[in-house]
Design a protein around this ligand. Structure first.
Ligand SMILES: NC(=O)c1ccc[n+]([C@@H]2O[C@H](COP(=O)([O-])OP(=O)(O)OC[C@H]3O[C@@H](n4cnc5c(N)ncnc54)[C@H](OP(=O)(O)O)[C@@H]3O)[C@@H](O)[C@H]2O)c1
Length: 388
């Protein structure tokens, strides 16, 4: 039986890699839905090539243009943020690959979980914001959530060496990003260009900035907490600049199981699509004999305060993670637009977390309210500092 895949965010870095993986997997896998936010040229190109039954464009301003591009194709165009939800709910979809950026993907991820779909999750922000609710939604409806993030895919694979009770701790590896080895003083004046120059991974702009602040690793701590139902004090971060060991699991007997591979997102994307099978893939083979050394160091929690904040956010619970994520999204947007300095990103996040009254046991609506509040706070604070 052919597996039908909906790729939410097909025009992004993960989405484009997913299409390469699907090309190589052959006729057992086909694309039933694709989505973009505004890059309708690329979406139309992908639609001509993959002939999905549905395409979704979440920015309604581009819907007309997309319909024009696709006028001669037999394809249904879904529009607006709800178009993404509709794509996730399509009855014939077997696997929903979520590769949208940010909390904007949250309603669609919930919809897929509610429909009991197999979810291949790259879009980590919904798990950060609402991990507990999302995991139980999938569990209660017979859905499966498989990680695409390379670190969580590695942990997922390593976990298969024992039971959850036999796990002593999870060790998340991190490349350290472009500013590894710098001090808090050094990063005061870094430029956008420097922040976007990741030494290992070629990714979308938002996650690349998140890697530079180490907010990405902070999110991954929270993501691991929910994906693997692991107390946060059993999750450690280890800097490993070569990005060959994608993460490790230490078991109670002292054995440490790791997953290694070339730093290539096609490996975890493919595993999330073919799980529980492994098939020949397109990723370059790892040649350890060509790599003379693998190095490790402790993270610098003074320069990269985001990591420390992640533990505090998980301990606070409730709406804290929604504020943590939304303040970051709003601040990164400002930084990418040239409105604020690099160091201001984490300062704004700390400001919002300090000002926020955490609501514990929050519903999805309350999480979304906290998200909207934090975005407004960041905007207001940035405008105030520009006027001052
Ligand atoms: N890139 C990686 O290697 C990597 C690794 C691990 C995890 N991830 C995670 O995977 C997700 C995607 O990352 P990426 O690097 O692929 O991002 P990206 O290259 O920026 O692509 C983002 C995708 O989401 C769409 N999009 C943007 N804003 C949207 C909105 N408001 N509503 C719906 N769709 C929207 C984009 O459409 P347009 O093209 O039209 O703007 C594009 O298809 C992120 O959550 C990231 O943290 C990425």
């Amino acid at each position: 039986m052919t597996k039908q895949i909906a790729i939410l965010g097909s025009t992004g870095s993960i989405g484009r890699n997913a299409l390469r993986v699907i090309d190589a997997l052959g006729p057992d896998y086909s694309v039933i839905a694709l989505s973009a936010h505004s890059n309708v040229e690329l979406l139309a190109e992908q639609a001509r090539l993959y002939k999905p039954k549905f395409v979704a464009v979440t920015n309604p301003d581009y819907a007309g243009q997309l319909c024009e591009f696709l006028g001669d194709l037999d394809v249904e165009v879904l529009t607006g943020p709800n178009g993404l939800v509709e794509a996730a709910e399509i009855e014939d979809v077997d696997i929903v690959l979520t590769a949208v950026v940010g909390a904007a993907g949250l309603p669609a991820v919930f919809a897929a979980a509610r429909c009991g779909k197999q979810l291949a999750v790259a879009n980590k922000e919904p798990l950060v914001v609402a991990g507990e609710l999302l995991m139980s939604e999938a569990r209660n409806n017979g859905g499966v959530i498989l990680p695409v993030d390379s670190e969580h895919s590695a942990i997922f694979q390593a976990m298969q060496s024992g039971t959850r009770e036999e796990v002593n701790k999870i060790i998340l590896t991190a490349s350290g990003g472009p500013f590894r080895g710098t001090t808090a003083e050094d990063i005061q004046n870094v430029t956008l260009e420097q922040a976007l120059a990741h030494p290992v991974w070629n990714m979308g702009p938002k996650i690349t900035v998140d890697s530079a602040t180490m907010m990405n690793k902070a999110f991954e701590i929270i993501e691991a907490r929910w994906l693997f139902d692991m107390p946060v004090d059993k999750i450690e971060v280890l800097i490993h600049p070569e990005s060959i060991i994608h993460s490790l699991v230490e078991f109670v007997d002292g054995s440490v199981v790791a997953q290694l591979g070339e730093p290539d997102m096609c490996i975890p994307i493919q595993y999330a699509l073919t799980y529980p099978q492994r098939v020949t893939g397109i990723a370059k083979r790892l040649r350890l004999d060509k790599i003379s050394t693998l190095t490790f160091e402790k993270p610098d929690l003074e320069t990269f305060r985001a990591l420390r904040l992640a533990y505090e956010v998980v301990r606070s619970g409730g709406t804290a993670a929604a504020v943590f994520n939304a303040a970051n999204e709003a601040a990164v947007e400002e930084f990418l637009a040239g409105g604020i300095e690099f160091v201001t990103i984490v300062e704004l996040i700390e400001y919002c977390l300090n000002k926020h009254d955490v609501k514990t046991s929050a519903s999805v609506e309350e999480l979304l309210e906290a998200d909207a509040w934090a975005r407004k706070e960041v905007k207001f604070k940035v405008q105030k500092s520009i006027k001052a």
